[in-house]
Write a protein that binds this ligand. Structure first.
Ligand code: NDP
Length: 342
């Protein structure tokens, strides 16, 4: 066991956070997770045990992004804080502030507590959605860490805005606050790879919906994908490498269409062949249907959107050899099958 102070992981009950906690535990660190409901602690212990880790090196503090209570205790004595907690709903709320306020105010709460505790490094889990939705970019633009989404665009979902606003607030905070921890940011694409338990993230909920036959046809959208095991390794490297301070890392490997996700699901679970999307809907049909179906409005900005990007920085800068998107999705589907969730 390391004599290092514990690494703090906020939102430890989350899908990615459990893998991040496991990665730090494997490297000999102890981990202090924040959860808003302490009754989730046992599930997190079981999840890291499934990853082959010793759960006795894991402790918990209760803290909610909407309140100051608990954050000082959570980060006391820590050098490294990974701030990952943020609302990631599958359905967008009526009031955008339901996700924007916890994301922004929660990030600032954690940063302020980490500053008071003299933490050295804070790794923030932002998202590729804080990169891919700029304004006025030329056709064929290759996205990278130099790009920021424009949260004033009125076609963006509350979730996209929440991640963009929270990340910008974090950069602004460390710039203007003496004694703030060094900031490193991970911007993951759509995260796939194995689920560890039945507390599913939006990343995996999609398959449950597909398996129920809710998507007979798929809108023509494609998105960058990344495996959670690579995302976890990226967080650890960004926490430990001196040169990661002040940098963002866009992490994704390849892209998949929604339709292709369904194909992989049917390949791994042939019984679901009749349930997965059988064809792609023309964009014009999606736009017409969106007049009647609110859920479809969420994806209108995605229709025909190009998201070509470079992952050079994360590969070279953090020394990662990323798994391909087919491998990531296959691992996700197999884990859900093994957990009997689809
Ligand atoms: P999960 O929904 O599994 O995890 C979200 C975590 O945030 C949970 O632990 C949840 O706690 C916690 N949380 C939400 N609201 C609050 C709140 N008000 N106070 C305290 N904790 C809260 O999602 P993921 O693991 O997929 O996502 C983790 C992070 O990664 C998020 O920041 C997300 O935006 C980001 N991300 C995810 C991607 C993906 O494809 N999955 C892609 C890019 C970024 P509880 O268990 O109590 O609900």
């Amino acid at each position: 066991m390391s004599t290092e102070p514990p690494v703090v992981v906020t939102g430890a009950s989350g899908f990615i956070a459990k893998h991040v906690a496991g990665e730090f535990l494997k490297r000999g660190y102890s981990v202090r997770g924040t959860i808003r409901r302490l009754d989730k602690a046992d599930a997190v212990r079981r999840a890291v045990t499934r990853l082959g880790c010793d759960p006795s090196a894991l402790s918990f503090v209760a803290a909610d992004l909407d309140s100051d209570v608990g954050w000082d205790d959570a980060v006391a004595g820590a050098n490294i804080v990974v701030h990952m907690a943020s609302p990631f709903p599958i359905a967008q709320p009526d009031d955008p502030d339901d996700v924007i306020l916890p994301a922004r105010e929660g990030t600032l709460r954690v940063l302020k507590a980490a500053t008071r505790a003299h933490a050295k490094r804070l790794v923030l889990t932002s998202s590729s959605v804080a990169i891919f939705y700029g304004s006025g970019l030329p056709i064929g633009h290759i996205y990278s860490e130099d790009d920021f989404s424009d949260e004033t665009r009125n076609d963006l979902t509350p979730y996209i805005k929440s991640k963009t606003i929270a990340e910008k607030a974090a950069w602004q905070f460390v710039k203007k606050t003496p004694g703030a921890p060094e900031l490193a940011v991970i911007n993951p694409a759509f995260v796939q790879g194995p689920a560890l338990d039945d507390d599913l993230s939006t990343s995996h909920d999609l398959y449950r919906l597909m398996a129920r036959g809710l998507y007979p046809a798929a809108p023509r959208i494609r998105f960058p994908v990344v495996d959670v095991r690579d995302v976890a390794a990226a967080h650890v490297e960004a926490a430990l490498r001196p040169e990661a301070a002040g940098k963002r890392y866009l992490i994704g490997e390849g892209q998949l269409r929604l339709y292709e996700l369904g194909r992989i699901l049917a390949r791994e679970l042939p019984d679901l062949r009749s349930k997965v999307p059988k064809f792609e809907l023309p964009d014009v049909a999606v736009r017409m249907l969106a007049v009647f179906d609110r859920r479809l409005r969420t994806i209108l900005p995605e229709l025909g959107a190009q998201k070509d990007y470079t992952n050079t920085r994360v590969r070279a800068g953090l020394g990662l050899n990323l798994r391909g998107s087919d491998e990531a999705v296959t691992a996700a589907v197999r884990s859900l099958r093994d957990l009997r969730l689809i």
